[in-house]
Design a protein around this ligand. Structure first.
Ligand SMILES: C[S@@+](CC[C@H](N)C(=O)[O-])C[C@H]1O[C@@H](n2cnc3c(N)ncnc32)[C@H](O)[C@@H]1O
Length: 356
């Protein structure tokens, strides 16, 4: 018995390391554009702020620590989505990669793919993953995914090319269980001006201290800085860059890392808009929690383009309804992948809230 992607209604997704649910919104948009009906059968994030805001926006509370979830208890799905934690590979982290437990969360994705065998997956991470450990870390990730029987493609894409005024370069890794003619989205969309995204008036709370504003002003000489709506970005060495777009928003950056015209911080709504979230997205939690969550999230138009291309590649392909065996035995994978043996917890409560 086979179903094509169009025939399979709904198309089942899981949202690992879900954070604010940026991947979910992006995939929902891609499905909507293609008249497909997505169904979300599982989500997980360890962070309680993320769980609360995800629940407020989607009505479902994500499961917690994925290392404690037994893969066999995750519902069957068609597409696995995962923006896995990047601190270990990021230029701002200490770049320990697989030596850091957060880097090894990739292996939790691998163990889920091994058992659930979804037809496709989309992974996202910082662009530094490409060069980490002289390319060996990415090479290992691709090798593990290919050994699981997936056709694997990766590319670095910049949100600026997908219409957002944010320079956010991220690596995307997509995989197909059966060979698929995948074509990366080209981008090339005109950038939305900051004027459309920034709020005309904001509370005093968002203004930097007079001292910081004075320092910023003294450090720049460009007339451009005063005449246009710009974002002033302070880099690690304290130099100020001024652009008509935002630099990548980051979870752990200093409060004055990005200032609108050198004067004020971005509001929660502005940060969300810079990632492409719709204004219906409900804000929940304090300013610091939102900064962290938005900085960790994804550029929705960029992810939506990648997800759309995955759906197009799958379109018309036959998807066996029964999960085929991996090309290599689980036992031989166990010898190459340091699989966790998570303590089994019951997902009964979680699964039931995702049930149709
Ligand atoms: C890069 S962010 C992904 C954000 C998400 N894609 C979004 O659109 O908002 C990584 C997420 O992984 C979560 N995380 C870290 N360790 C985890 C674990 N052991 N189990 C589940 N989630 C975890 C973090 O809390 C964080 O929200």
């Amino acid at each position: 018995m086979v179903n094509s992607v169009e025939q399979r209604t709904p198309l089942r997704f899981i949202d690992l390391f879900c954070g604010l649910g940026g991947f979910r919104i992006a995939a929902q948009i891609a499905c909507q554009e293609r008249d497909m009906n997505p169904q979300w059968v599982f989500a997980s994030d360890i962070d309680v702020d993320a769980q609360a805001i995800y629940q407020a926006n989607f009505g479902e509370r994500p499961a917690g620590d994925i290392t404690q979830v037994n893969e066999s208890e995750i519902p069957d799905h068609d597409i696995l989505l995962a923006g896995f934690p990047c601190q270990a590979f990021s230029i701002c982290g200490d770049r320990r990669g697989f030596a850091d437990v957060r880097g090894t969360l990739f292996f939790d994705i691998a163990r889920i793919l091994t058992v659930k065998r979804p037809p496709a997956f989309i992974l996202e991470n910082v662009k530094q993953l490409r060069t980490h450990d002289k390319g060996r870390t990415l090479g290992r990730i691709v090798e593990i995914l290919a050994n699981l029987g997936y056709q694997v493609e990766w590319r670095i894409l910049n949100a600026l090319n997908f219409g957002l005024p944010q320079k956010r370069e991220r690596i995307f890794i997509v995989g197909f269980r059966d060979t698929c003619p995948y074509r990366w989205p080209e981008g090339g969309l005109p950038m939305r001006p900051l004027l459309e995204l920034l709020e005309p008036e904001v509370d005093n709370f968002y203004y930097a201290s007079a001292k910081i504003r004075q320092n910023r002003l003294q450090s720049v000489t460009s007339r451009f800085a005063y005449e246009e709506l710009t974002l002033w970005h302070e880099n690690k060495s304290g130099n100020i860059g001024i652009h008509p777009y935002s630099c990548a928003m980051r979870a752990g950056a200093s409060y004055n890392y990005l200032l609108v015209n050198g004067k004020r911080r971005l509001t929660e709504r502005e940060m969300l808009r810079l990632q492409g979230f719709p204004d219906e997205y409900c804000i929940k939690g304090g300013y610091s929690a939102m900064r962290k969550l938005v900085g960790n999230s994804v550029a929705i138009p960029c992810v939506s383009a990648v997800a759309g291309a995955v759906l197009d590649a799958l379109r018309g392909r036959s998807i066996p309804t029964r999960i085929p065996q991996p090309l290599v035995s689980e036992q031989s994978l166990q010898s190459t992948i340091p699989f966790r043996t998570p303590s089994v917890i019951s997902l009964g409560a979680v699964s039931s809230q995702y049930a149709e």
